[in-house]
Write a protein that binds this ligand. Structure first.
Ligand code: IPD
Ligand code: CA
Ligand code: CA
Ligand code: CA
Length: 258
């Protein structure tokens, strides 16, 4: 994409995100309508659904030929990744949204012909948008973000999904043991932010495309790795066990969980 087009898209997405934040803050003044999806630990609210519709309408008006992959199902059934593909998670960290009214994110990613072009993770309550991509670098609101230090596992904090840790998936407890310590935030978007800012050195979780689509673009644009936990390439249409990490932490973790 040429530079002018990239900036035009970038400006538009930031406006949608701000509209989306205002919408969510307004809805938080009212009672939430909460229901269970697959279990009592997997919730969805009226706000997740309505916000996905809001964002999808904006995308369809702006770029009608796009395909859209949205968590709550208001987008398209996507079978192939040619052309413009938007990936939307209208509220990432729904459990936090319901229980804490904080620590959740809106995430949007744009892939063109399977390549990550722009990613957005919006920390809604702190009003901070992490945005960018391989052509423009990564920004915290309007400030450029520098690459986090390439720390080893032993020198950094890690974040992992609680169920994977409890079941000691692939010896994950040994990974935590080998690190400086464990932090669990409960939103893939918020965990990605902690990676981008260098506050943690690795994040391992079972994730769906809308959980990792934006974070992968931002992480790779800052020299971090985003792969499966076995170090393989991620498929943007499939769920997988995902590891986002500094290059050194990834090299430390692979032999432990291999
Ligand atoms: C979830 C959160 C959570 C992660 C789950 C995701 P949602 O997203 O990111 O931290 O562990 O795997 O599904 O459903 O709240 O958008
Ligand atoms: Ca969900
Ligand atoms: Ca999510
Ligand atoms: Ca979600």
């Amino acid at each position: 994409m040429n530079e002018a087009e990239l900036h035009r898209v970038n400006r538009a997405v930031k406006q949608w995100l701000q509209a989306s934040r205002s919408f969510i803050l307004g809805k938080m003044q009212q009672n939430l309508n909460v229901s269970e999806k697959t279990s009592r630990k997997d919730l969805v609210t009226n706000v997740d659904k309505e916000n996905e519709k809001l964002l999808i309408n904006k995308i369809r008006t702006f770029a009608p030929k796009s395909q859209i992959l949205g968590e709550e199902g208001f987008g398209d059934q996507i079978k192939q990744t040619s052309g413009w593909v938007w990936v939307v998670d209208p509220i990432d960290g729904t459990m936090n949204f319901v229980k804490q009214h904080d620590h959740f994110a809106i995430m949007i990613a744009l892939y063109i012909d399977g390549e990550g072009v722009l990613g957005y993770v919006y920390d809604v309550m702190n009003d901070v948008i992490y945005s960018g991509g391989p052509q423009i670098g990564v920004f915290k609101n309007d400030e450029p973000l520098s690459a986090p230090a390439n720390l080893n596992l032993r020198d950094g904090l890690v974040s992992v999904s609680a169920p994977m840790l409890v079941h000691n998936y692939k010896n994950l407890q040994a990974v935590v043991e080998a690190s400086s310590g464990l932090r669990v935030y409960g939103s893939a978007g918020i965990e990605m932010i902690h990676l981008l800012t260098g506050e943690i050195v690795a994040y391992l979780s079972y994730l769906k495309p809308w959980d990792f689509g934006a974070g992968k673009i931002l992480a790779e644009s800052l020299g971090l790795t985003a792969t499966t936990v076995d170090g393989q390439a991620l498929d943007m249409l499939s769920s997988d066990f995902v590891m986002v990490a500094t290059v050194k932490a990834q090299q430390d973790i692979l032999p432990i969980i291999g």
